[in-house]
Every structure is written in C-alpha cells, then in structure tokens.
Design a protein around this ligand. Structure first.
Ligand code: ZN
Length: 241
C-alpha cells in the first residue's frame, strides 16, 4: 500500500490540486494529512471538502484548532491572525466544528500522524533539531511518524538510543528503529523551494520519498489579493519562504 502524506495545505487549492494529480497518477491508495488544512490562503472550504471526499485521515494543526475556537489567536503573529479571522468568517459553522473535532494524534499499526510533536502535542511544539526530535521519538510507538508544522522537510531516525538527522529526500525505513519524517508544506513551503512539498510512503517497500511539484503560484496569489488577505502572504509563495 502506498500512502500520500500531506501537511500544511493552508487553503492553497492550486497546490493541493497539483499534489493530488501526482498521487492519482501514481496509484497512491490512501491520503493522510498532518494538519493545517486552513489558514493563510483563500480556499479553505474547497481544500477541506476535497480531502474529506477522499476519506483523508486528518489530525489537527494549530490553524485548524484556532479556526474552531480551540486555540487562542494570541498564539499567532499578526498576519497569521488576520488570515485566521478571515478564515473564520468564510467557513460555515459546521465546518469549523468538524475542524475542532480533529484529533491531535492518529496511529495505526505502522504509522503515527501528529502536526508538531508527540511531546505535548496540544501545545504544537516545533521539531527543529535533534533534541526536539528525540522528545517526540521517545514517545513514538510505531516504526514511522509523519509531522509537518515547520513547513520544511526533514527526516530523523532513532537507532540504538541515538537520534540522527538523515537525508530529507528519500530513505529506507527497514534499518531504522524509529523514523520521524517532516513532509514539508503543500501550500506554503518555507525551505526556499516554492514547489508544493509532500511525501509518498510505500509501506510494502519500507521507503519514503519527499516529492515536489510545480503549481500555478500566480493564480493562488491573485486569489489571496482579491480576498483582501495580507499581500506578504501572496509574495512569500513565489519565494518559498
Ligand atoms: Zn502550518
């Protein structure tokens, strides 16, 4: 079974559409989402409904919970807050309720999903270094966990008590005792590469690959501007920052 793991879509329909096209072409059977479907962009409803229609397994991101009223807006910087307030007024009540019902952590026999870290997931901590990774990996029950939140792809492994940072593009999970993979961001990458980022995990082969796909950034930018959202949210998309 092949899984497509998406994170931080942030209401960017054009990026999501481009990613789903790749997943369909490659016969990816199941879509998993590590949170932040909404926030920042102009297409929250379309992004959420498309993922729901595909029976996507989702966990809550900080933006999802903020829109649902479960996380204080003071948690966010000004432009994020502006976009969240816009999103709140453009989402039907029942949609916001559904976002608030998303769990913080999901796991099956082999895979765990969490937005930030397994360490105090309700506070949405970032995993930036080996120590952050260690805190999450020490609580991880499955061989592999997928996260997002930083908008920067990364891969960590825990082997014989030692945490290492591996190649963030491709890897084999067989030898690693525990693997923690940040899949990057579909709708607002921040690693200097503006292409949408996502992960394909082949559970039979035990391999993962961080993929990038080009999407029409100008269309997304035009929608953000037309919606009256902060212009910097449009500009950052072309830089991937
Ligand atoms: Zn995010």
């Amino acid at each position: 079974m092949k899984y497509g793991i998406l994170s931080d879509i942030h209401s960017n329909w054009e990026a999501l559409e481009a990613v789903l096209e790749v997943l369909d072409r490659e016969g990816v059977g199941r879509i998993l989402c590590t949170g932040d479907v909404v926030g920042y962009g102009a297409d929250p409803v379309r992004c959420l409904e498309t993922l729901e229609a595909r029976h996507t397994v989702m966990v809550a991101g900080n933006h999802d919970w903020a829109v649902a009223g479960k996380l204080d807006l003071d948690w966010f910087n000004e432009r994020a807050r502006t976009a969240l307030e816009w999103t709140k007024t453009h989402l039907p009540e029942e949609t916001r309720v559904r976002l608030g019902e998303l769990p913080l952590v999901w796991q099956d026999e082999t895979v765990t999903l969490v937005h930030g870290s397994l360490h105090e997931p309700e506070t949405f901590p970032y995993i930036f270094d080996l120590q952050d990774a260690q805190r999450s990996l020490s609580l991880q029950k499955t061989q592999v966990a997928f996260v997002g939140h930083t908008h920067v792809p990364a891969a960590y492994a825990l082997e014989k008590g030692q945490v290492t940072r591996g190649r963030a593009r491709w890897g084999h999970l067989m030898n690693a005792q525990r693997a923690l993979i940040n899949v990057g961001s579909v709708g607002q990458p921040r690693d200097g590469d503006p292409r949408a980022s996502f992960c394909v995990y082949d559970a039979d082969q035990g391999t993962f690959e961080i993929r990038r796909v080009v999407y029409p950034v100008e269309t997304t930018q035009a929608k953000i501007r037309k919606a009256g959202l902060p212009d910097s949210l449009a500009r950052r998309l072309e830089r991937g920052s």
